[in-house]
Structures are given as structure tokens and as C-alpha cells.
Design a protein around this ligand. Structure first.
Ligand SMILES: Cc1cc2nc3c(=O)[nH]c(=O)nc-3n(C[C@H](O)[C@H](O)[C@H](O)COP(=O)(O)OP(=O)(O)OC[C@H]3O[C@@H](n4cnc5c(N)ncnc54)[C@H](O)[C@@H]3O)c2cc1C
Length: 490
């Protein structure tokens, strides 16, 4: 053990959890459920990023944008005309109301009633067994670090002179920017860019989405990126791919980004800037450096397969540990961190990353579980690919939402699923069937043999499985039964 004689004889607590976001809340909940004495410390707001500046506000904003986008299609659905007048401030007020409605799920009252001691204050790790908060030093057998991440702010000349927005501050906006420049074409940049573009259509507000690489959502396959890019362009988003931000300047009170595009310098005028360039783990300023807690090359806390840091009684989960940055993966890791901390050395569970789903809530949504084609190629995994287009699905046709597809990767000649990508309406929900199938080793034959309600979106999964089956129909047997039927006809 690296801490040797610092270990006290007695501890006030079994576990202290630092940070009450998705990871910390679940870790504390599990500890209380198994009757451990647990303290959860939060310096800002219960619920962390997901509730206050991440998933919840972004999905609330997307809901308003989708509603507006649907209304604009009124004619397609048989209405002569529909007009919507709106004040952007009221849309942002609704976002806050949604946060307030969800807040009780993550509140101090709820967690106290579950048996968790909650302390509001900034925690600092003093030793592997001591955490200081509000001037008090608490002793504990174990610590879980769940301090999350914050928006990455790059070092670009002139940026410091701008009043830029990030996913932390964008929720305070009450007026729609005339020209919003979004830096970053990943899930957060795409979700926010599309929503703002939608609100701006009638008022002439515009969104410019700038991406360094050649395509949006570059972790997804090219056909996915292409579909989303096409949709964005239809919606009037100015896409600036292969643009590298070099500097921000002001001329006559106007703001410009100087970017490099294919070796040329270009100027892009904007009114408001939103940074969506990824997230940096919160690893400093609360005692980890002094203790020598090791970091990974990606500047997250380095953890082993049991979510232990280089101190066996200090664990980490969620965005601060990576490698994923989702609410559900933070919660998944939190279970392992909490159980491993509380029952070490009697029982240890290896964190299971074998089936990780995720989604971007653009319109259409993009959801995935397992590997896609580009990952299969990069890892040298042999695969077969099966497609199903949503314009074939009765329900999609009835709903007027035929854009998108399902793509399933399977082991060559077998129905074992290696990964599935869905682009389309409800993709984030539809993917769940593939998640369950992969988790429990069910192949496409099992999905095909399951009754799906007609006419639902879920049928698309079955039809994708059906396409795989058609491609693997036993030709010899079919020839034989054709002969059999001929013979029976006489
Ligand atoms: C715009 C946006 C949209 C997103 N949408 C989705 C989505 O749709 N689905 C999804 O799965 N994920 C989404 N995410 C990601 C998701 O929000 C994060 O993955 C998740 O919140 C991570 O949880 P966490 O517990 O690791 O960290 P956090 O939620 O960041 O919690 C960390 C907490 O620790 C506290 N803290 C830090 N240091 C200290 C200290 N020293 N003492 C006390 N407290 C401290 C912080 O105040 C914070 O409350 C989104 C993120 C953003 C920004």
C-alpha cells in the first residue's frame, strides 16, 4: 500500500464520495443501500452537469426546437397554415422549469432520506483517509472521486477577450444571437447548433458550425456523418468543415474568427461564440496532485479495472475517470466503485464495458451500441454488415419521418451482433433492443423470432434482422423444398 503508516485505526465513515453528479449520486446511493456510513460532498449543485448544464437542459431545449420544426411542416400533415410566435427567453425559462421539475430526484432531501449524509461544500483530499470540507476533517476508509469534467477551453489568441459561451453558460442566454458560431462538431456542438438554428429560421438568426476535421460526429461511420451534415445544410446551418480556428479578432466593434481552411486564411464574422470542443476532467485543486494520484495520458484519473486509483482505497468514476463521458456510464461505473470500495478485499468486481450504448439527440437521432464499421476496420475485426432503411417502415411513413437507417454488424456467417447504429426518429430508444441482445448474447435470429407490435418503430429492428436472415437463407434447402412443393402439386 502506498500509504503505509498513515492509516488510522478507526474511521468516521466507510465512504466519502466527492461530487454529486450522476456518478457520485449513484455511488452514494449504493453505499447507503448496503447500509454503509456514507457522506456525499457537493460544492455547487446536486445533480452535477447532467441535471444543471448537460443532458436535462439540452433535451428540454431540443424538445422546443423539435416542436417548432414539426409545426413548420404543418402543410405536409394536412394543415393549411399554422403560425407560431415565440419569445426565445420563454423557451429558455421552460428549460429552467424542466431542471426544477427533475431536481427533486437528485436533491439533498431525497439522498438524506435514503441514508446518505450530504454536505454542501468544496472537498479537499488531505490524505488517503481524510477529506476536508468547510474546515472539518472527516476520516474515511474509502474515497470515491466523482468530480466530473468541465468544458475544454482552447488556447486561441483573442479568445480571452471574448465573452464566449460554453455548455455551462449557454443556458443563461435569453436572446437569440444573430450569428452564433459553434466550435466543435461532436454530439454537444451538433445538438446545440441544430436547436439554435431551428429557433433562428424566422428571425434571420444563423448558426455557423465549425469543425476541424472533414466531417461531423467523426466517431460515427461516414454514412452517419453525411446524413447529419445533409440535414444540417437543409436546415440552413452553415457548415465549415476542415477549418482550424487560429485567432479571434475585433474590427470596428465586429467579431471575426480567423481560421485556416485548406492552407488558406479565412475570416468568419459572428456575434456570439459557443465552445463545444470536448470536456476536461476536474482533477486539480482538491488535493490529488499533492497525494500523487496518477493521471492517464488523456488527463483523466487513471483507474484499474476495479476503478481503483494508484491508492487502493481511492476510487474514481464518471467523467473524471473516463473513458466514456455519459450519465449512464458514470452510473454504471459508480456501482463498481462503490461495491468494490465497500467490500474490498472480500469481493471485487471487474468493470464491464462490453456493451456500451450512447446517443446524440440531433434530429434525426444517432444511437449506437458496440462497434461500427470504422472501429471494426481499425481493430481488424472481420464483420458483415446488414442495412435496413427507415423509408421502408410503415410507421415511419405514417409519421412522415422516413429519414435514416439501421446498420448492424455481425460476425461473418453468424447472427452474433458486434454493434448496431441507428440513425432516425427515436434511435436512442430503438437501440435498447440491440443493447439487451448484445448484453445477453442474443443474436439476430432471436430478434427476428420476437413479436413486435405493428405498426411501431421497434419493428425496424426486426426488419433489420429479417434482412440479415434473407441474406443468409439456406439456398440448398430452399431449392430442395421448391422441388418438394413441385412434387406435391403433382
Ligand atoms: C450539453 C451536454 C449534454 C449532455 N447530454 C448527455 C446526454 O444526453 N446523455 C448522456 O448520457 N450524457 C450527456 N452529457 C454528459 C453528462 O452530463 C456527463 O457525462 C455526466 O454528467 C457525468 O457525470 P459525473 O458524475 O461524472 O460528473 P458531473 O455531473 O460533472 O458531477 C461532478 C460534480 O462534482 C462536483 N465537484 C467537483 N469538484 C468538487 C469538489 N472538490 N468538492 C465537491 N464537489 C465537487 C461538481 O460541482 C459536480 O456537481 C451531456 C453533457 C453536456 C455538457
Amino acid at each position: 500500500m502506498p500509504f503505509g503508516k498513515q492509516k488510522p485505526r478507526k474511521f468516521d465513515r466507510n465512504l466519502i464520495v466527492i461530487g454529486a453528479g450522476a456518478g457520485g449520486l449513484v455511488a452514494a446511493y449504493i453505499a447507503a443501500a448496503v447500509k454503509a456510513k456514507v457522506t456525499l460532498i457537493e460544492k455547487y449543485k446536486m445533480g452535477g452537469d447532467c441535471l444543471n448544464s448537460g443532458c436535462v437542459p439540452s433535451k428540454a431545449l431540443i424538445r422546443s426546437a423539435r416542436f417548432l420544426a414539426q409545426v413548420r411542416r404543418a402543410k405536409e400533415f394536412g394543415f393549411d397554415s399554422v403560425t407560431v410566435e415565440f419569445d426565445f427567453a420563454r423557451i429558455m425559462q421552460r428549460v429552467q422549469r424542466v431542471i426544477e421539475q427533475v431536481e427533486p430526484h437528485d436533491s439533498i432531501e431525497r439522498y438524506t432520506s435514503l441514508g446518505v449524509e450530504v454536505i454542501e461544500g468544496e472537498a479537499s483530499v488531505r490524505s488517503p483517509f481524510e477529506v476536508e470540507v468547510n474546515g472539518r476533517v472527516l476520516t474515511t476508509r474509502n474515497i470515491i472521486i466523482a468530480t466530473g469534467a468541465r468544458p475544454f477551453v482552447p488556447e486561441i489568441p483573442g479568445l480571452d477577450k471574448l465573452d464566449y459561451l460554453t455548455s455551462d453558460t449557454v443556458w443563461q442566454l435569453r436572446t437569440l444571437p444573430k450569428r452564433l458560431l459553434v466550435l466543435g462538431g461532436g454530439p454537444i456542438g451538433c445538438e446545440l447548433a441544430q436547436s439554435f438554428a431551428c429557433f433562428g429560421v424566422d428571425s434571420g438568426s444563423k448558426v455557423i458550425l465549425l469543425q476541424r476535421g472533414t466531417r461531423l460526429m467523426n466517431r460515427e461511420d461516414e454514412d452517419v456523418s453525411a446524413l447529419i451534415a445533409e440535414q444540417f445544410e437543409t436546415e440552413g446551418i452553415e457548415l465549415r468543415l476542415k477549418h482550424i480556428a487560429k485567432a479571434f479578432i475585433k474590427k470596428d466593434g465586429r467579431k471575426y474568427l480567423i481560421a485556416e481552411h485548406e492552407g488558406q486564411s479565412v475570416e468568419i464574422e459572428f456575434d456570439q461564440l459557443l465552445l463545444a470542443l470536448g470536456r476536461s476532467a476536474n482533477v486539480s485543486g482538491f488535493g490529488l496532485e499533492e497525494l500523487g494520484v496518477k493521471l492517464s495520458s488523456g488527463k483523466t484519473i487513471e483507474v484499474n479495472e476495479f476503478l481503483q486509483t494508484n491508492y487502493p482505497n481511492i476510487y474514481a468514476c464518471g467523467d473524471v475517470a473516463g473513458p466514456y463521458q455519459f450519465t449512464h456510464t458514470a452510473a454504471h461505473q459508480a456501482w463498481y466503485a462503490s461495491v468494490n470500495a465497500l467490500f474490498r478485499p472480500f469481493k471485487k468486481f471487474r468493470v464491464d464495458y462490453s456493451v456500451i450504448p450512447f446517443a446524440s439527440f440531433t434530429d434525426p437521432e444517432v444511437a449506437r451500441v458496440g462497434i461500427n464499421e470504422q472501429e471494426a476496420k481499425a481493430q481488424g475485426i472481420a464483420y458483415e454488415v446488414t442495412h435496413y432503411r427507415l423509408d421502408d417502415l410503415d410507421r415511419a411513413i405514417a409519421d412522415g419521418q422516413t429519414q435514416g437507417f439501421i446498420k448492424v454488424l455481425t460476425l461473418p456467417g453468424k447472427d452474433k451482433i458486434l454493434g448496431a447504429t441507428i440513425v432516425g426518429e427515436h434511435a436512442g430508444d430503438l437501440i435498447a433492443e440491440f443493447v439487451t441482445a448484445m448484453r445477453y448474447g442474443l443474436g439476430l435470429n432471436k430478434i427476428l423470432a420476437t413479436i413486435h407490435i405493428y405498426p411501431t418503430w421497434m419493428e425496424a429492428n426486426k426488419f433489420a434482422a429479417g434482412n440479415w436472415k434473407k441474406a443468409h437463407a439456406p439456398q440448398k434447402l430452399l431449392q430442395w423444398v421448391a422441388r418438394f412443393h413441385r412434387w406435391r402439386r403433382g
